[in-house]
Design a protein around this ligand. Structure first.
Ligand SMILES: C[S@@+](CC[C@H](N)C(=O)[O-])C[C@H]1O[C@@H](n2cnc3c(N)ncnc32)[C@H](O)[C@@H]1O
Length: 193
């Protein structure tokens, strides 16, 4: 992270404050504005490696936190992690078995980028749709969902899809995102099925 983009202020701050990545501050901004996590929520974190969102989640809830990633996540006290694809029904089932009730699904997953803009955008939206499906499969009524996406041709359709499952859906750009990035987060609250 630091090596690809240079050791910017946020990267150095994360290192200093003991977070595994600068992404931690994005979740803090989301929580500050939308309060998606309540103090006893059970939470699934999709695309969770190296684990900075899990660190933040651990501090926000007394409930259970499960992270899922294609890559292993180094042990984090008070959290469980699963290695696998968020689209794999067995992984979804394992997460539910660990949590019982699922109140919140957050997703910061991102595919490896090829550099071909249209292709990458399509893959990101595909991953977003998979995360939405995951959330719809596991969330309790009234639950919340937050997912990283990118502005682009396929985004409005995904956004409309999210709206068919949640009472309140908004987008947010975080200050911690890199300058010039089209990254944004979709924040969906109050799942109704
Ligand atoms: C930007 S990183 C997440 C950073 C994380 N939120 C944190 O705070 O440490 C994106 C992650 O998404 C994961 N990922 C991409 N596709 C995935 C998939 N289909 N299933 C699970 N994880 C996936 C990648 O392996 C990568 O670790």
């Amino acid at each position: 992270m630091g090596s690809q983009w240079g050791y910017d202020k946020t990267y150095l701050r994360a290192k200093h404050e003991g977070y595994r990545s600068r992404a931690a501050y994005k979740l803090m901004e989301i929580q500050k504005k939308f309060e998606i996590i309540r103090s006893d929520d059970n939470i699934v974190d999709l695309g969770a490696a190296p684990g900075s969102w899990m660190q933040v989640l651990r501090s926000l809830t007394d409930g259970k936190v499960v992270g899922i990633d294609l890559n292993p996540i180094a042990l984090l006290e008070g959290c469980e992690s699963l290695v696998g694809d968020l689209n794999d029904p067995e992984i979804q089932q394992e997460a539910v078995s660990l949590l019982g009730v699922v109140n919140v699904v957050v997703c910061d997953a991102a595919p490896k980028l090829s550099g071909h803009k249209a292709y990458d955008q399509a893959r990101i939206i595909e991953l977003n749709e998979q995360a939405l499906k995951f959330a719809c499969n596991v969330l309790k009524t009234g639950g919340n969902f937050a997912v990283k996406s990118f502005q682009g041709t396929d985004f409005p359709e995904f956004y409309a899809d999210v709206k068919t499952h949640f009472h309140s859906v908004k987008t947010m750009n975080t200050k911690s995102s890199r300058k010039g990035s089209t990254e944004l987060y979709v924040i969906a609250k109050n799942f109704y099925g």
